[in-house]
Design a protein. Structure first.
Length: 384
């Protein structure tokens, strides 16, 4: 599996279709050809070609998947909406359409794992106008909960008047201060006011909440930060960097666990105890070192001792020896008196102690990088 495809793993949430209607203010009706009602419909974009420019404008955020217009897409550190189609329609007193305006809306939110401030850029593009709608007046603001605030809730000041191909874009900065050990779950809320030029806006007629909550915490690492908790963290161990340790994890994930995630235990004491049960003195079947086969041999356990799935008595684990032969990692049984069945709940790998230690340090870095809390699940992948 390619490491980039693992890191860029996304989740998508389809935009919902909504319609709101308002009466046109009497003072505006003459200028709008006798229109008495306006309706605004939001829906997933039907024509990807029309959204291409908007998609490219927001694609700097890794969460923005321009191949999925009409979806909210998210990674651990970002949320994107690409291809929301907004149609503004004017009706006369007989229900006939007297004008329309078509818009595309895109938003791109980029989080930081080491800060509790983050930016969201919004872009609204008028694709087409017809009839009595020659241009649209568009204003926009956002709100948020969970202790979040903004110095300015508007991505642009006031109202933008946009004709065909006109674009309004701007950025809002969110902030969620935390005390030591604190945690906040934040939802951003979006409000757009759209009327034909010459009409009077009375209320926000395009509204939606970000379907992905933002979790900010000061419980992991030296600095607080924010992530999207719905997107599970991916810990990637490469064979090139971690050698036999990565080979052990990859074999166990494929042969024993079917790729199942692990759950972090943040308590170092219980993690140490789990390791003793698998690799140390609490195991009823002592680990037998093989320095003649693996130089500087050590016991590397999987699932990790720092996971709630770890800590199985080593007597029940598969004992394996990963060896690099002709550029490929091969897995061998370590003991003839303990054949590997493929049904074991855990593995003990004979791994060079340097690889073992480096992988352990990387695990600690990954936990902080992705802000994985106690009991939270994470995926483990092994790449070349």
């Amino acid at each position: 599996m390619d490491a980039a495809s693992v890191v860029e793993q996304r989740q998508a949430d389809l935009l919902q279709t909504t319609t709101t209607c308002d009466r046109v203010a009497p003072a505006s009706r003459a200028a709008l050809g006798g229109a008495v009602k306006s309706c605004v419909e939001t829906k997933p974009l039907a024509d990807f070609t029309a959204s291409s420019a908007t998609g490219r404008a927001t694609a700097a955020n890794d969460a923005c998947d321009i191949t999925q217009p009409g979806y909210f897409t998210a990674t651990r550190l970002g949320v994107c909406l690409n291809g929301m189609e907004v149609t503004y329609t004017l009706f006369d007193d007989k229900g006939a359409v007297v004008g329309t305006g078509l818009m595309n809306v895109a938003t791109s939110m980029t989080l930081s794992a080491t800060k509790t401030t983050w930016d969201e850029t919004t872009t609204v593009t008028v694709v087409n106008v017809t009839g009595r709608v020659t241009s649209l007046n568009i204003s926009y603001d956002v709100a948020c909960d969970g202790g979040c605030s903004m110095s300015d809730a508007r991505p642009w000041d006031g109202t933008k008047t946009l004709a065909r191909a006109g674009t309004a874009t701007g950025t809002v900065t969110y902030s969620t201060p935390l005390t030591a050990g604190g945690l906040a779950n934040v939802t951003s809320k979006h409000h757009m006011y759209v009327v034909a030029s010459g009409a009077i806006p009375t209320q926000p007629n395009v509204n939606w909440d970000n379907p992905y909550k933002i979790r900010c915490d000061s419980q992991v690492g030296a600095n607080p930060g924010c992530i999207v908790p719905d997107i599970r963290a991916n810990f990637v161990f490469s064979l090139a960097e971690f050698g036999g340790a990565a080979a052990t994890y990859g074999w166990a994930q494929n042969a024993l666990r079917g790729g199942a995630p692990l759950s972090r235990d943040s308590n170092a004491t219980t993690a140490s105890t789990r390791r003793e049960y698998t690799c140390g003195s609490k195991s009823s079947d002592p680990f037998v070192y093989m320095d003649d086969v693996v130089p500087n041999d050590s016991c590397d356990e999987y699932p990790f001792a720092s996971s709630y799935e770890g800590g199985t008595n080593g007597a029940f684990c598969a004992d394996i020896v990963p060896l690099l032969e002709n550029g490929q990692w091969m897995i061998y049984e370590a003991r003839t008196d303990k054949p590997v069945t493929g049904t074991e709940p855990c593995v003990r790998g004979h791994v060079n102690n340097d690889d073992n230690g480096d992988a352990g340090l990387a695990l600690g870095r990954y936990v902080q990088r992705d802000r994985v809390l106690d009991t939270e699940k994470y995926n483990v992948y092994v790449t070349s």
